[in-house]
Ligand binder design. Sequence first.
Ligand code: ZN
Length: 820
Amino acid sequence: MRTSPALLGAVLLVAAAALAGAQNPNLESIVNDRYTRSHDYDLVHQRIVVRDFNWDSLSFTGSVTTSLVALRPNMDSVVLDAGALLGITRTAAVGGGALRTTRHGDTLVVFLARPAAFHDTVRFTIEYGGKVENGRGLTFIDERPHTPRQIWSQGEDHDNHYWFPTYDFPNDKMTWELEATVPSGFMAVSNGALASDTKDASGARTLRWREDRPSATYLVSLVVAPLAKIHDSWKNVPVDYYTYHSDSALAWRLFHVTPAMIDVYSRLTGVPYPWQKYAQTTVADFFGGMENVSATTLVDWLPDARAYQDRPWYQHILIPHELAHQWFGDYVTTTNWANMWLNEGFAEFMPGQYWREKLGAHIAEDYYLDEYRQFMQIDARRQMPLASLGSNNIYPKGALVIEMLHDYLGDQRFWAGIREYLTTHAFGNAVSDDLRQAFLDATGENLDWFWSEWVYGAGYPEFTVTSAYDATARRVTLVVRQTQRDTLKADSAGMRYVVPEVFRMPVTVRVGMLGGPDVVRTSWIRQREDTIVVDGVALTPAMIVFDDGNHVLKRLTFEQPTAQLATQLRRDPDLWNRSWVIQQLALRPADPLAQAALADAVTGSDYFLTRVEAASALGAFAPSAAVPPLTRALRDTSSQVRQAAVEALGRTGGAEAATLARKAWRDDSSYSVRAAALAALTRLDTAGRRALILEGLRTDSYRDAIQNAAIGAAVRSDDSSFVAPMQALVGEQQLPSFGLAAMAIRGSQRALDFLVSDLNDPRSYVRGWALTAIVQSLGPARGLPALRSIQPSLSHADTRAAVGRAIKQLEERSAPSGGQ
Ligand SMILES: [Zn+2]
């Protein structure tokens, strides 16, 4: 699964599940052993048949034939997960009579005609009238502009049982068939190979998909929509892209990277792509992407040609992330959710490897630097280990820890360990210790220390480094202190994580001199305070790099003279190190050496990200120092550099900055640069602000980057004359409704009136967006009175029901909370 950056925050708020009674636990044994669900059978195969989809009643007809093997003698009943809304009409043994069932909430018990013996195979069919709460298991979406009528499933973590009875936990793998009958003109995409595709006299189409390699039930997937199929391939494996017909011309450029990615992943892991086909299907209102086995589901944000200059997240991260799951998550699956980093950490790690293979070292450093920033933000909120139930940091920390392990072991030993892990657990499950064991088997090295610090431990080393040069002894001495503190408290369930007092790692120090070769020294950090001695430094150091190549995940404090930092910025090839140097220089806006170093980097650096960061840093410098290099940066071939430059000019201020930003708004070809120019100009040019915002509100761009910048500027302006133009946009996308809510919070009654009246809009999606904005933005204090006042005059039954639920939800939020 991968959430788009804008939505990431919401996911991170998901609270960690509680573990009852775990006082002072040994996390390692708990995580590996305790969270796995027990059951008394082995699920072998399910044949799932669905038809008669009704978008108004959110219903369908279903039947599921289950084959399983008893794992206890005298098994007289089978317990399955089945959503309470599924109305069971008949259950019968295959080739036998009807079977009695009972329901307990979302649990279904099927009583067998006679008890099964240990290892007996049991087969029965459940017929049911399917119904869902929209978004739980299945999401039904009605037609709206740019969006055809559609249905998509989402199983992870435990939602597939809301649309078909199954065993809904990852530790039991099965094969399956999925047969769907869909209206004329519709397609149904699912896992595995297409076994049949027929039409009846009415035009209704029945497609039968067969996944004959075992995987977990949360990966069973169904997308129903009118879709175009664009065919591609890798070796003999079909690689298909399914999009709306209106998007089909955009599909090839976006998705055709896939075969090359499959090729790189197959080669690196030593495991050729393990499934019968790979489909990627786009759907509406999706949170990002989901790695349903051999049939990934993705959000419908296909970039247009112009958007590619801004390096769309979709192609850079989302496509390679979901593809990586086909090995990590789908082929080898976490046994329980406490080890979910084995799925998500690897899926987040692999895209950096792909880009390195394709485009070299810098883009990989760029990729992991972005992960590092995310990691630091998340870790600052709460420090949790990778291996822990509900861990908040499995994506970026997972990627960074795996990359650190890769660095530590080197290519050959690392990929041998990965291959060992994947082949040992092929089509099966694994916990964190299985990965450690695979590296032990493949390399002979017991990495228990690494696991204990980075997998079961929380936090990261915070290094404070000081250096001294002794000219007589020709020696540089570094004192390295680890200053991280373990201040974590037990949570309400008694679970307490530990930040290691000491992280042990080899660290390389590089000392550069003017007119001599660098002196490089690698030594182990093993203590709270270590001393590293670098001999043979004949001349005064021009640069001292701690952790050359950035091999340790860390925070670094290392006071150095500006001249040393400037030399490092010029000479250090590593992007994390350069980024760290730029941060130090940004704190010295009065220092001419710092200005000169950043001005050099903003146009002279060999990789765009360093130029981006130098441009951003210059935003804090005086206009006389910042504007000339930023003017040059506006001519960069990278749109990200131009964007950073125009943002920096917005902070620098002055008439010249306004002129440059206006030119960028008028002439730049990049959506992101124009959006940044609009935001900057609304600060720099108050006289032209109103006309500019109105123009921005009407300007089309990929993912509404420009319109969104204009909505943000309109909200910040506190000018109520933007309320009507904002209201005029409410059918186009979701953000205008949130803009109205933000203006209502800032005191605009008119904005609130519009927002509330949108609950009677004839378009159901407008009503839905308005309600979401009211609930999420206004909160109980403002939202409750507004909803109560409109409730009697609501004209649509579905909205009346939704408003009723929202009122209840807001009332609960406003009541004093009883629990945690
Ligand atoms: Zn994922």
